[in-house]
Write a protein that binds this ligand. Structure first.
Ligand code: NCD
Length: 305
């Protein structure tokens, strides 16, 4: 594995082997000294051209738990504001000795260009509305920990699917692992063309309250998501995970959200704080999953494929 850009072409075996490796790192993170020397001497650079709390800190924590050094780049305080191109920025960071680049960018495909320009391993931390592969892995790990498998599970993804890179990565990952995925959104927040997607579609959250996993998404206002439905109260009435709807879920069902949450919109505060909402477990698993991916890309000798 040279890069980690996309979940679409990953087989069930690829995914399961990454999840198994992630479980080993869950165990490492549980130790009194949660650190292994696997990537000592390596430097991982974080290039986040879009805002991030979880993903960026989680990659940083993952790199450090593997004993790698990290470097961070912030667009607002960098020479991007002086007109430096993406290519020159990436080559500059390479010239300082980075061994891998973790990149988030608003443009679909930016990471593929950076991989070509630099020749370094690139980890996609989100490109526009396209892909967010480590999010999909941490989501799959969280579901697998609860149910033992994704095989045969029914998963509903509810919200702004059109603008969601999380949904795109989750759909291919969940279905490759044997789950049945249903999308729930106003028609204006569904992708324009679902031809070939391994999904069903439902018109209201009330139609999917019998699933095993309800996965809620934020409306991506920064990508135009907020302008395409009438009002927030109307959105909540058809698509919000309210306390009342939570009470109608199956006893063993779980609620997930990639964060950041808009409490009171897609998820009621009481639901967000309930133990069957696995949102903070998702965050914790993110560190282990990112350790697994960094280790696969940079650790070489043990798990080289
Ligand atoms: C998501 C993202 O940035 O794609 N957040 C995350 O990485 N956990 C989802 C979002 O911004 O809504």
């Amino acid at each position: 594995m040279k890069h980690f850009l996309n979940t679409d072409d990953m087989t069930r075996e690829d995914l399961e082997s990454l999840l198994d490796l992630s479980e080993e790192f869950v165990e490492v993170l549980d130790r009194t000294i949660p650190k292994v020397p696997a990537l000592r001497g390596k430097t991982v650079a974080m290039l986040f051209f879009e805002p991030s709390t979880r993903t960026r800190l989680s990659f940083e924590r993952a790199a450090k738990a593997l004993s790698a050094d990290t470097m961070s780049f912030s667009p607002s305080t960098s020479s991007l504001s002086k007109g430096e191109s993406l290519k020159d920025t990436a080559l500059t960071i390479k010239a300082m000795g980075a061994d891998a680049l973790v990149v988030r960018h608003k443009s679909t495909g930016a990471q593929w260009r950076i991989a070509d320009w630099t020749g370094l391993p690139v980890l996609n931390a989100g490109d526009g509305a396209h892909q967010h592969p480590t999010q999909a892995l941490l989501d799959a790990l969280t579901i697998r920990q609860h149910f033992g498998t994704l095989d045969g599970l029914r998963i509903a993804i509810v919200g702004d699917i059109r603008h969601s890179r999380v949904a795109r990565s989750d759909i291919s990952t969940f279905s490759a692992l044997g789950a049945e995925v249903t999308l729930v959104a106003p028609s204006t927040l569904l992708p324009v063309d679902l031809e070939g997607w391994p999904v069903k579609v439902a018109g209201s959250i009330d139609d999917v309250l019998d699933v095993d996993v309800i996965y809620l998404l934020r409306i991506q206002a920064e990508r135009g998501g907020a302008s395409v439905f009438p009002s927030l109260p109307e959105y909540v009435s058809r698509f919000g995970m309210t306390r009342e709807r939570f009470g109608r879920l199956q006893e063993n069902a779980i609620v997930m959200h990639p964060g950041p949450m808009n409490r009171g919109v897609e998820i009621a505060p009481e639901v967000a704080d309930h133990p069957r909402a696995r949102i903070l477990e998702q965050v914790s698993n993110g560190v282990a999953v990112r350790m697994a991916v960094l280790f696969r890309l940079l650790g070489g000798e043990v798990h080289d494929d």
